[in-house]
Design a protein around this ligand. Structure first.
Ligand code: EPU
Length: 421
């Protein structure tokens, strides 16, 4: 097991490049189940969740090679229609195989993902959508057993905008008979990149980038290639790393518009951020963060995946702010750990009420999930003294070579083997 040892208080300075988006790759990879042949991806982040998805696809019979951010998936042979618990328990995105398997092969057995580190994360919308296509869905011994003749196009309206349910439904609809309309579809950039990928495969989809998608089913889809979009959450995390250390950074990121919600909150907190095509930069040498309230919402609102990192920044802001998570009401496992570093944060229902403190002080803290770990690393970079962040395997699920990026920017951070758990 690894931990990070961080000597805080160093200003981050220099250039950094954002890697490919884990959550975009995680939905494009299972989409290959819809075709037969060789699919090529570039800019794929080398993170553990991608390996987990690749291993799950291999278990289904697909072949893959993954080197230097290039991933090739050969979907010519499919030998199993089952996503076992061993894979799904490691990563909830495994449930993305349900729609493609059911739509192309008429059957799928997928382990139920269960809860996640910070609380319940239901998949009822995915299942209801499959039923609307005419599939029979049963739950047996912790598995979703899905069966159907050809799926029949239909109108699916989501009560809640869900990235995962939209992705699964969209993939299923591409090979369904007739037309499907998805209303209140998610509009996150990862979904737009999935729509583009499916269209490249030969799918017929209208409404790209909007919350109403109309799909005309086709008989088959062909293999294709895609460049994974940049990771908006990594981009936002790196910006906060620069801001929290009063650094001066230049970030290379091709879709700054995907993180305007974060940039705009940084500006509200008193930081002048410059966006010039694919470069986002600022000099935070004189930045004294002002307390700014944030409430998470669906895209293009402030992402829940940036909530923990923003909370870390607000921990050293000038007065009191409230950070509310309206997507995941109980996503606050980082708060007691931030308090161990000297933050003054109280959780009231689905909000963190943060009284800014003058400084944070190094301590041992424990990661509980991916974004919680990122917030602890950020706080450790700003804290006086030494911070040890335990259980960074959570971080390794989604941030490519994060310590190397931070080291290049001048952070003092080291990955150390430990037996501490
Ligand atoms: N929801 C339901 N029922 C469902 C599905 C979702 O009630 O069947 C609710 C959820 O409980 C939540 C809301 O709908 O309140 C939105 O959840 P969504 O389905 O959009 O989340 P997801 O698809 O499971 C993806 C990301 C998450 C990110 C959320 C929200 C991937 C692989 N995961 O999850 O990313 O937090 O969207 O933007 O794309 C992360 O990267 O750290 C991460 C957790």
């Amino acid at each position: 097991m690894d931990k990070f040892v961080i000597h805080g208080g160093k200003q981050l300075k220099g250039k950094v490049e954002v890697s490919g988006a884990k959550n975009a790759a995680l939905v494009l990879m299972p989409a290959c189940l819809l075709n037969s042949g060789i699919n090529n991806f570039t800019n794929v982040p080398e993170v553990n969740d991608i390996s987990t998805m690749a291993k799950l696809l291999k278990q289904l019979g697909l072949d893959y090679s993954f080197e230097e951010n290039k991933l090739q998936i050969d979907s010519s042979s499919i030998v199993s229609l089952e996503a076992p618990y061993e894979h799904v328990k490691k990563m909830r995105a495994s449930v993305y195989v349900l729609g493609p398997l059911l739509s192309r092969f008429g059957s799928a057995k997928v382990s139920l993902p269960g809860g996640c580190a910070w609380g319940p994360r239901p998949i009822n919308l995915h299942l209801e959508a499959m039923k609307k296509f005419g599939a029979e869905i049963d739950i047996e011994s912790g598995y979703i057993i899905a069966k159907s003749n050809k799926l029949i196009g239909t109108h699916i309206h989501f009560d809640i905008s869900s990235v995962g349910a939209t992705g699964n439904t969209l993939m299923a609809a591409t090979l369904a008979k007739g037309s499907t309309k998805i209303s209140n579809a998610a509009v996150e950039p990862e979904i737009t990149s999935l729509v583009e990928f499916l269209i490249d495969m030969g799918a017929k989809i209208e409404g790209i980038g909007t919350n109403t998608l109309e799909i005309e089913g086709v008989d088959e889809l062909k293999p294709t290639s895609a460049k994974i979009i940049g990771d908006r959450i990594e981009a936002g995390t790196l910006l906060i790393a620069g801001a929290i250390t009063r650094g001066k950074i230049e970030m290379l990121y091709e879709n700054p518009e995907h993180i305007y919600s974060v940039i705009s909150k940084l500006e509200d907190s008193g930081l002048k951020v410059f966006v010039n095509n694919n470069i986002v930069s600022f000099d935070a040498s004189d930045y004294e963060p002002k307390s700014v309230d944030v409430s998470t919402s669906i895209y293009p609102g402030f992402p829940t995946d940036m909530q923990a990192q923003w909370t870390a920044l607000m921990a050293i802001a000038d007065s009191t702010s409230t950070v509310t998570d309206s997507i995941y009401f109980d996503r606050f496992k980082h708060v007691p750990e931030l308090d161990r570093l000297g933050a003054d944060i109280e959780i009231i229902r689905n909000s963190a009420v943060i009284k800014g403190v003058k400084k944070l002080t190094g301590a041992k803290v424990m990661s509980t999930d991916l974004r919680a770990s990122a917030s602890l690393v950020l706080a450790g970079l700003a804290a006086e003294g030494i911070t040890e962040v335990l259980r960074i395997y959570h971080l390794d699920r989604g941030y490519q070579k994060i310590e190397q990026k931070l080291l290049t920017l001048g952070a003092e951070i080291e990955r150390v083997k430990t037996t501490e758990f």
